[in-house]
Design a protein around this ligand. Structure first.
Ligand code: SF4
Ligand code: SF4
Length: 437
């Protein structure tokens, strides 16, 4: 194992060298799996290369960067650092490559970030984020995690059987308050007795992980897992899908979370199917669903593998025992679709790039904070795609997606959170988006 982080199960670049060496430079990672491509207009899956245009800004390009560093042909410098981080870590390239190979592109890119962080430290913007985490316990310059509590009246603050982790973006962003209130009201209407932790809610480590600060991530994850395990909770519900992906795919590298974790849309889907939440009022709108990468392909559970890699016939790699491979298809795709289909009057439209082949909104991987030009370009591309379908509304759930997609206007398709749409149906309220009637 890589010696940089011997106490956890993160894979370092050396650990992943055998996979990086399997890259055949085919560039299929720049596209959705070819059998899924519907048109030239939706034939890309990589916001990074779409925005910057260089091979280095693709999954395969970064695999080659990793190999070059491993073989001593190049070094990570401040000049090359941007090319490593100008990527949303959306995992689209990873899904596409795995149609033909088993290269773990996302793991390689995360290991490259860790190597970069250790070699050159963070960029100025990243440094400010990390300083805020140290000073405030969240990535923002100011504010507290309790700021949102007045907007979710009646919610219990403190330990309870079901802890709702709000995440920083929902708790700290005033523009997400209506959505947050609707989410908590929906859980209450479904008879789910949630409590929030307010000032005591831990940072789960999502941004530290994305920036390659693995020591900080290990500290954050370890503290959060210990706190939740000691809380007496029997279930953890995640509001922020970025955090949910972190908990599912990366916390197991650090320690085991005792109570099971689910995303809010899974909980609400169960409630509607069991008849505990009634979507009574029509919401007459043609709505397209945007699959957040973090709710979908990036949320597949971590699968530990400690086997042996052997070479046979001089070149073929075999794994003993077989190595489990996540291919993106086991993410959370059906619960939000079932919820929207259950809303009377709502017509659900599929975007051409959907489920594990979804096109990223552009906000993830620390990009929204550090490379706004990439975040904006990706959101515009996704909005254009929605505009081609005749959708009147683009619905999603991740606070980053809601914020980033809602921040651009190119195709006349407003963005709404699924909780606002569901609230419109439960309470006949249309205060958070205008298309419903
Ligand atoms: S990473 Fe995979 S899909 Fe991309 S160029 Fe290499 S082998 Fe091809
Ligand atoms: S993770 Fe997403 S943005 Fe980054 S290289 Fe892969 S497809 Fe492109």
């Amino acid at each position: 194992m890589d010696t940089t982080h011997p106490s956890s199960r993160h894979q370092g670049l050396e650990d992943l060298r055998y996979l990086a060496a399997k890259c055949v430079r085919c560039s299929l990672c720049k596209f959705p799996p070819l059998v899924k491509v519907e048109s030239q207009a939706t034939s890309s899956i990589c916001p990074s290369i779409d925005t910057y245009g260089f091979h280095s800004h693709s999954g395969g390009g970064r695999v080659l960067m990793a190999l070059s560093v491993l073989e001593g042909r190049s070094e990570i410098t401040e000049a090359t650092r941007d090319a490593i981080y100008q990527c949303t870590l959306c995992g689209g390239c990873d899904v596409s490559c795995k149609y033909v190979s088993d290269i773990e592109i996302t793991e390689i890119m995360m290991a490259l970030r860790a190597r970069s962080f250790d070699a050159t430290g963070p960029t100025d913007v990243q440094r400010r984020i990390l300083d805020n985490l140290d000073r405030n316990g969240h990535p923002y310059e100011s504010g507290t995690r309790e700021d949102c509590l007045a907007d979710i009246p009646g919610v219990r603050v403190g330990p309870g059987p079901t802890i709702l982790l709000l995440g920083s973006a929902y708790a700290m962003s005033p523009e997400r308050r209506t959505t947050l209130r609707n989410m908590v009201r929906l859980l209450g209407a479904a008879g789910i007795d949630v409590s929030v932790l307010g000032a005591d809610e831990p940072d789960v480590g999502t941004l530290a992980l994305a920036l390659g600060d693995l020591k900080r991530f290990d500290r954050s994850a370890s503290a959060a897992i210990g706190m939740l395990n000691d809380s007496g909770a029997t279930e953890v519900v995640c509001a922020d899908s970025e955090d949910w992906a972190t908990i599912r795919a990366h916390w197991p590298k650090v320690a085991e979370l005792g109570p099971p974790a689910r995303h809010v849309v899974e909980v609400l889907d169960d409630a509607v199917r069991a008849g505990r939440l009634t979507l009574a009022h029509p919401v007459r709108v043609r709505a397209a669903w945007h699959d957040p990468c973090s709710l979908g392909r990036r949320s597949e559970p971590y699968q530990a593998w400690d086997g042996e890699v052997r070479k046979i016939q001089g070149q073929l790699l075999v794994y003993d025992p077989p190595r489990p491979v996540n291919r993106g298809s086991s993410g959370c795709y059906d619960p939000p679709r079932r919820l929207l289909r259950a809303v009377p009057g709502l017509e659900l439209i599929e975007l051409p790039r959907n489920r594990e082949c979804s096109y990223c909104c552009g906000a993830g991987g620390g990009v929204a904070e550090a490379y706004p030009e990439l975040a904006t370009a990706a959101a515009m591309e996704r909005q254009r795609e929605a505009g081609t379908t005749g959708a009147e509304l683009l619905v999603t759930t991740c606070p980053g997606c809601e914020q980033n997609l809602g921040g651009v206007e190119v195709a006349g398709v407003p963005t709404a959170s699924i909780y606002d749409v569901l609230a419109a149906s439960v309470w006949n309220q249309h205060d958070s988006f205008t298309n419903g009637s």
